[in-house]
Design a protein around this ligand. Sequence first.
Ligand code: NDP
Length: 285
Amino acid sequence: MPAQIIDGKALAQAIREGIAEEVRLLEKDTGIKPGLAAVLVGEDPASAVYVRNKKIACEKAGLYPQEHRLPASTTQETLLKLIQQLNADARIHGILVQLPLPPGMDSQAILQAVSPEKDVDGFHPVNVGRLVGGDPVFIPCTPKGVIQMIDSTGQDITGKRAVVIGRSNIVGKPVAMLLLHRHATVTICHSRTKDLPAVVREADIVIAAIGKPLFVTTDMVKEGAIVIDVGINRLADGKLVGDVDFDRVKERAGWITPVPGGVGPMTIAMLLQNTLESAKRTAGK
Ligand code: NDP
């Protein structure tokens, strides 16, 4: 039987509607409107699209968006100064610095300058530590969206074998940590993993976060598995595909996410959710 498609677009839309309602109530009760500042340095076209989409999503949900576009020639000192201003700005509850930063910038120093209380991406070492310790304040947006997509299947994560392909700080590691906290038995694969297909075949839940088109093929997937495709890859003909061979794997998996329309929209919804949660904390709620 073909897999059930986990519709990230519809799921994200429902979450965004719920957020819009909560934003409205928060403002009515406390006068606080959740504010999100997005900082973009340089002219990377993909990053510009991401930042624009985040701004539109903020506006639609009733949040207060601020956009800061700086030229690629911006010095690290200037960027740090802007982050300090945003840290001190009471209208702002979330700060996101769009990655990648231009070469020559010390990304770690920049991410560490963001106040951990406004770090809606969850990249600050304090928030990474809180996540590993099992008491997170901000859960990184893409991993958070992945877990909500798995939950949308109605399957219990407890005791399941989960295989995460990719070990980045942004996706692979935090997803693995969240699955562990939900009592899955977790394996993380990477470019040095031996016989990766055999490892993935064991999985009840597969998370693909590699950045290689059509990497996960049918022969790697256990019948009935939940397959979450985080990858975003642009083919030579301009088509957008994930890391999973969707058309074939969907004939074997139990549930699968498409690309586009899967994890991507959920990531933005989680950013709004983290900003709302931050504003609620400010309001003492
Ligand atoms: P990174 O490039 O930081 O990490 C990729 C990981 O994949 C690395 O751990 C790497 O292993 C592993 N890998 C690469 N090649 C292989 C291979 N042949 N076999 C096994 N493992 C391999 O990527 P990100 O985690 O930042 O992103 C992954 C994908 O997800 C990208 O396509 C990105 O665009 C997408 N993405 C999508 C988001 C969304 O909202 N949908 C958000 C963030 C990312 P090693 O560590 O050994 O090098």
